[in-house]
Design a protein around this ligand. Structure first.
Ligand code: URP
Ligand code: ZN
Ligand code: ZN
Ligand code: ZN
Length: 468
C-alpha cells in the first residue's frame, strides 16, 4: 500500500479550513490531504468525527524544582501520558535556571530528564532567573543557536524575579539573537506589600492568595513589560493573562502597532477567585485552585472570551503546574497551612485544556472550530518555531492529529485522568466534545482514554528560530 495510515470519513479542521477530506500518512508525516487517498496498511474510520491538528500546549511545567520540601506531581512520563490522553501531541515545558547556576547546565540536565520518557513530542523553553554577564554574553546566545529559541522571565517570585534592568538586558539578547520571550507579568513588590498586610490582619487562608494579587498588580506589570518591549523593539508573549485589566493593556499596545502576543488559559474562562474560599467549612480546600495569576470573576471571564473572539489572544495553554493536594510535599504542606504564601502556585490542566475550551468555546458558539485549531495548535507552532513541522494538517506536517467527537458528553473526573496530581480543579465539570483518538507522528498513542504509547515514543525537538 502507498500509505501506512489513512484517515477517512472525517471532517478535517485547520485554522483556515473545515472540509471533508481523507489524509494519507507515510513515515510519520502527512503526504496527502485529498477527497480520496490511495490504499493504506491501516485505515481509521473518522465518520462523525472532527480531525484536528494535535494539541500543542506551549506552557506546561513538568518536574520543575518548586522550593524546599515541595515536589511537582508530574514527571515527563506522567505529564506526557496525560497530554496524550487529552488530545495533545506536543508540549512545551521549562528548563529552570536556579540562581547561581549555569543556564546551559540546567538546560542539558532537563533535556536528559526528558529523553526516553515522553509519550508526545517535547520542545523545551528556558527560564532565565540569573542573567549574569556569562549568561547574557555566552550561554544564552549559544543556547538559542542550539535550538532553545524561547525563554520565560518572571516579574515576581522570590527565586525568579528579575528587576527592570535585568529584563531590558535579557530582552536585548532576545532581539539580537531572534528568540521568543514569554513574560510572567505580576508586580513583585506590590504582591509582597499586600501579602504582608494580609498576614498581619490574620488573612492567611488560601483565599488570601487572590487578595494578594489583585488585577492591578497584573495590569501594572503587563504595562511595564510592554514598555520595556517597545523600548528594546522586541515582540514578547505575555502569558497566562487572567483578567480584563491586563488584557486592556495588551489590546492598547496591539492597537498602537506593537507586536505583543498574549496567552490565556482555561482557568481564566471557567474558575473564579471564590473557588479559593474552599468548600463548606474547609477553607484549606481552596488551595486546589491557588495559581498565579489567580482566576478572577465572571466579568473577567467574559472579557477574556471577547479577547479570544477579537484575536487579542493567540494561544490558549494549560499552564499545567501540578501539585498533589493531600500531601505534605504539595498544596497541604505544613507551612502552607500557616499562610497562603507557602502554598505552591499552580494547577493541573494538561489533559482537560482541550475539552474545557472546546465545550465552553466551540459547543456554546463563542469561537469557531477554526479558531479552536488556531488557539490550541497552529498559533503555538507559529509562535515557538515549530510551524511547517507541527500545528496544522497538510503535506509535510508531522502526522499529529486528534480525532474529536463534538457530540460526546462527558463529566470530568479525577479518577479517569492520567496526570500525577490527586485532584482536578474541574471535578464534576460537564463538557460536550471529547478526544477519541490521538495520533502522533502517524501512530495511535491514545484511544478512548487509554494511552497506548510507550515512554520514549515522543522526541525532544530541536527548533528553528521563531518567525516574527
Ligand atoms: O501558578 C502558576 N501558574 N504556577 C506556574 C508557574 C507560572 O508562573 O507559570
Ligand atoms: Zn508564570
Ligand atoms: Zn506557568
Ligand atoms: Zn462519544
Amino acid at each position: 500500500p502507498e500509505f501506512d495510515l489513512a484517515i477517512r470519513g472525517g471532517t478535517v479542521v485547520t485554522a483556515a479550513d473545515t472540509l471533508r477530506a481523507e489524509i494519507g500518512i507515510r513515515d510519520g508525516r502527512i503526504v496527502t490531504v485529498a477527497e480520496r487517498v490511495a490504499d493504506a496498511a491501516r485505515t481509521v474510520d473518522a465518520s462523525g468525527l472532527l480531525v484536528l491538528p494535535g494539541g500543542i500546549d506551549s506552557h506546561v511545567h513538568i518536574a520543575q524544582p518548586s522550593g524546599p520540601g515541595i515536589v511537582m506531581a508530574d514527571d515527563f512520563a506522567s505529564a506526557t501520558r496525560a497530554a496524550a490522553a487529552g488530545g495533545n501531541t506536543c508540549v512545551m515545558p521549562f528548563a529552570l535556571q536556579p540562581r547561581g547556576a549555569s543556564l546551559r547546565e540546567a538546560a542539558e540536565a532537563y533535556r536528559a530528564l526528558a529523553e526516553g520518557q515522553c509519550h508526545v513530542d517535547v520542545a523545551i523553553h528556558l527560564i532565565v532567573s540569573d542573567p549574569t554577564e556569562a549568561v547574557l554574553g555566552q550561554e544564552l546566545p549559544a543556547l538559542i543557536a542550539a535550538g532553545y529559541t524561547s525563554f520565560k522571565v518572571f516579574m515576581t517570585y522570590d527565586d525568579l524575579v528579575l528587576n527592570d534592568r535585568q529584563i531590558l538586558d535579557v530582552f536585548d539578547v532576545a532581539r539580537r539573537e531572534g528568540a521568543r520571550v514569554m513574560v510572567h507579568a505580576e508586580g513583585y513588590d506590590a504582591i509582597r506589600y499586600l501579602s504582608e498586610r494580609l498576614e498581619k490582619a490574620g488573612e492567611t487562608r488560601p483565599f488570601g492568595h487572590a487578595l494578594s494579587r489583585p488585577q492591578l498588580v497584573e495590569r501594572e506589570a503587563a504595562h511595564r513589560a510592554i514598555s520595556h518591549a517597545e523600548l528594546v523593539d522586541l515582540d514578547i508573549v505575555i502569558v497566562h493573562v487572567s483578567g480584563e485589566q491586563a488584557m486592556e493593556q495588551i489590546a492598547w499596545a496591539q492597537g498602537r502597532g506593537l507586536k505583543i502576543h498574549a496567552e490565556t488559559c482555561p482557568q481564566y474562562l471557567t474558575l473564579t477567585a471564590d473557588d479559593m474560599k474552599g468548600i463548606g467549612d474547609d477553607p484549606m480546600s481552596g488551595a486546589k485552585y491557588v495559581c498565579s495569576p489567580p482566576p478572577r470573576d465572571a466579568a473577567s471571564q467574559a472579557a477574556i472570551w471577547s479577547g479570544l473572539q477579537r484575536g487579542v489572544f493567540e494561544v490558549v495553554s494549560s499552564d499545567h503546574c501540578p501539585f498533589r493536594y493531600d500531601d505534605p510535599a504539595g498544596k497541604l504542606n505544613p507551612r502552607g497551612k500557616t499562610s497562603f504564601r507557602w502554598i505552591p502556585n499552580g494547577i493541573p490542566g494538561i489533559e482537560t485544556r482541550l475539552p474545557v475550551l472546546f465545550s465552553e468555546g466551540v459547543s456554546t458558539g463563542r469561537i469557531t472550530l477554526n479558531q479552536f485549531a488556531a488557539l490550541t495548535a497552529t498559533n503555538h507552532a507559529k509562535l515557538y518555531g515549530l510551524y511547517l513541522r507541527k500545528g496544522s494538517i497538510g503535506p509535510g506536517f508531522d502526522a499529529d492529529l486528534t480525532l474529536w467527537d463534538p457530540n460526546h458528553r462527558e463529566t470530568i473526573r479525577q479518577a479517569a485522568l492520567h496526570h500525577g496530581a490527586d485532584y482536578t480543579p474541574w471535578e464534576g465539570f460537564q463538557v460536550t466534545g471529547w478526544p477519541v483518538m490521538t495520533i502522533a507522528r502517524g501512530r495511535v498513542i491514545a484511544e478512548d482514554g487509554r494511552v497506548l504509547s510507550e515512554p520514549g515514543q515522543g522526541r525532544v525537538l530541536d527548533r528553528s528560530l521563531a518567525p516574527g
